[in-house]
Design a binder for this molecule. Structure first.
Ligand code: NOJ
Ligand code: CA
Length: 684
């Protein structure tokens, strides 16, 4: 027992834990399994810092926690430990929907309050939660009677990574938001990265840097200073101060997943555990489901969002899609381009959008009535062109309209270059006066998303934003925030040959997907984009995507004619769940391949499969997760002989059936750009 722990324990026994104790030396807190140890202290100049080791090995060297402000002195040097508090938890909570039903939250906690050694001192509490699979920490600002407003110019929290390694990352601060191909570089070649930023250390340890519970704050970018030293760089704001808060507040949790290998990284629920529990209560009205849509036609250039002879969203076509959905058991039909505002330039503009008025050739009431009779729901669409001013003025009416018509999922969109969000003010609480420009992940847009999610929830509508702010686990607190884009999605495959490349999706699994569900929109069975452009995918990979890239709303993105032309593949898409009791990555490496085993939430069926990069490989799957004593009928969709994304052989798919039981194994050959999908049904 350390001297401080002894002192605290003694005080606790005397019932006077609230008494401040005097800083004697560094404070430490370990993970429940004892492997991860965090040290917190202030250095010789009084700069608060932390360090992280795992199994005795330094992972994060002395890294400062500090802030600059626009209107007061930096909070950085001249601090000392004033008091500490410790805690621990071991609980299990249930997700209303997700990759797994139950999540275990087991951690030890240390909160250290630092105080300045100057007259009228300021205080900062740093709270660490240490789990077996990583750490989370946040800075907590107490309210001040003398200066209620805090204006953060920059958060200066650092992450000094000790061992050498490789990083997968996308550029932060660039025009295309998160929609980029991942770069794979040594850690010391990163410039400014979005999070999650994934790292494989040379000894095989995997880490991912991210944040949890990004609420009323600005998104964190990671800027490399020198060597392997990274510093927080907050997304900008029109106000100058990147974050403005009144009263007491906390930063989001800065999170570091740490695991022995790639599977441990994917398996972790660290950020979900760092978020607050469900604030919405019963959300059973949201049904995880699959959907089709009037969408690929616009993306591939055959139809238009705008009015005219190619207009996609007509009443007649919507009825046709509803009929197809009803016939094949898809719950949702997405319709884009139904509302006024798409004619002319809407990109980064959005001034003409109405979210309640339809185009004359689209009868919203008639199609929602028609859908309801067929047990199908429309999926709504609110593209803003980045203009949140126009959207927020109509938000209540727009959500009420959908809610009243039984449209219970809405896809939102913010198509504008980074920094191109148009707002009428810099703070959601201020009266609306002048137009300002904001970032997709700045404080104003973070506020906006939550406002949309809360307004939607009041109307029993779930939300799926495109061009969103990154996911930070807020689906736990707001379970109607069901998916988002926030990476380069399938749409890019429609625009140029091999646009995303075969490595893209097996990289997403270990990077973007660590943050939460993605509306990637799989299921383009033609593996062909606009003007016949070939996709970097075999047909089997389009099926494997349903198991590799999780979302509780999964699209079958292709034209219905193409889905119908692939009846055996459609059989898989119809069967595969969008909600799981359990999910495990059973084989894979970052950027190479990813094979999952997932168990259905409402039946005893298991599904196994996933996706590959450009290198053909054989993967042997052992069915050690199946129930003892049962036999399972396995239906297999796999790459056909000689299949490859590089040629017309991308269309080659093969099928197989066999009976398997626990402990049996199956070797799957994955083509270049390939994939596989297996359904396992017990007792058949
Ligand atoms: C970009 C989105 O990612 C895409 O899905 C949508 O169709 C267009 N914006 C138009 O809203
Ligand atoms: Ca997009």
């Amino acid at each position: 027992m350390s001297g401080r722990t002894f002192l605290v324990t003694a005080l606790a026994i005397c019932g006077s834990l609230a008494l401040p104790t005097v800083a004697l030396h560094a404070e430490t807190v370990a993970s429940p399994d004892g492997r991860i140890v965090v040290t917190l202290d202030a250095d010789g100049e009084g700069v608060p810092f932390y360090e992280v080791t795992r199994a005795g090995k330094p992972l994060i060297a002395r890294s400062q926690i500090a802030f600059n402000f626009t209107d007061e002195d930096p909070l950085r040097r001249g601090l000392k430990i004033e008091s500490i508090a410790r805690g621990a938890a071991d609980t299990r909570w249930e997700q209303p929907w997700g990759e797994r039903r139950f999540v275990r939250d087991r951690h030890n906690e240390l909160a250290v309050t630092f105080v300045e050694t100057r007259p009228d001192p300021r205080r900062l509490t740093v709270r660490f939660r240490v789990f077996d699979d990583g750490v989370g920490f946040r800075s907590e600002f107490p309210g001040r009677a003398t200066k209620p407003e805090t204006r953060i110019a920059e958060e200066l929290t650092e992450f000094v990574i000790v061992p050498k390694g490789t990083t997968w990352w996308i550029q932060a601060g660039d025009w295309n938001r998160y929609e980029q191909i991942y770069q794979q570089t040594p850690i010391d070649a990163v410039s400014m990265a979005h999070t999650p930023m994934t790292v494989r250390l040379d000894d095989g340890t995997h880490m991912a840097f991210h944040e949890a519970a990004l609420v009323d704050y600005s998104g964190m970018w990671l800027q490399r200073l020198t060597g392997q030293r990274f510093r927080t760089h907050l997304s900008p704001s029109s106000r100058g101060a990147k974050v403005v808060r009144t009263g007491a507040f906390n930063t989001p949790w800065r999170s570091i997943r740490i695991a022995d290998g790639a599977a441990g990284l994917v398996q972790s629920d660290l950020e979900l555990n760092l978020n607050e529990p469900n604030k919405l209560g019963d959300v059973s009205w949201f049904k995880p489901a699959k959907y089709i849509g009037i969408w690929w036609g616009m993306i591939s250039g055959k139809w238009s969002w705008a009015q005219g002879p190619q207009h996609g969203a007509t009443t007649a076509r919507t009825r046709e899609y509803i009929d197809f959905a009803a016939r094949h058991g898809f719950r949702g039909v997405l319709v884009e381009g139904w509302n006024v505002g798409w004619d002319g330039n809407w990109f980064g503009n959005g001034r003409d959008y109405s979210f309640t008025q339809s185009y004359p050739d689209f009868d919203l009431k008639a199609v929602t009535d028609y859908a309801r009779k067929k047990n199908v729901r429309l999926i709504g669409h609110h593209e803003t062109g980045g203009n949140i001013d126009v959207y927020e003025r109509q938000l209540n009416d727009a959500m009420k309209l959908y809610g009243d018509l039984g449209v219970d999922v809405v896809k939102t969109g913010y198509v504008a270059d980074a920094g191109g969000i148009i707002s009428c003010n810099a703070d959601i609480a201020l009266p609306c006066d002048t137009q300002v420009m904001e970032w997709h992940d700045g404080q104003r847009q973070v506020q906006h998303h939550l406002r949309v999610v809360e307004e939607a929830a009041k109307n029993r509508v779930a939300v799926n934003p495109h061009e969103p702010v990154k996911d930070t686990g807020l689906r736990r607190t707001y379970p109607n925030w069901v998916a988002r884009e926030g990476a380069r999605g399938q749409e890019y495959n429609a625009w140029a040959p091999f646009n995303n490349g075969p490595e893209h999706e097996p990289t997403l699994v270990y990077t973007r997907m660590l943050s939460g569900p993605m509306d990637y929109t799989p299921g383009v069975l033609s593996v062909t984009g606009g003007n016949g452009v070939p996709m970097a995918s075999t047909v089997a990979k389009q099926l494997g995507l349903y198991l590799a890239i999780y979302s509780p709303i999964q699209m079958a993105a292709d034209f219905i004619e193409s889905l119908a032309a692939h009846p055996r593949e459609l059989e898989f898409i119809k069967a595969v769940p969008a909600d799981w009791a359990e999910s495990r990555l059973i084989a894979g490496e970052v950027g190479d391949y990813a094979i999952f085993a997932r168990k259905d939430r409402v039946s005893e069926d298991w599904y196994v499969g996933g996706i590959n990069d450009a290198t053909a490989r054989e993967v042997t799957v052992t069915f050690d997760f199946l129930d003892e004593g049962k036999s399972y009928a396995a239906t297999i969709w796999k790459d056909g002989e000689g299949a490859t994304y590089e040629t017309e052989a991308r269309h080659r798919i093969a099928y197989d059936r066999r009976t398997v039981k626990k402990g049996d194994s199956l070797t799957l050959w994955l083509a270049p750009g390939g994939g596989a999908a297996v359904r396992l049904q017990p007792g058949k």
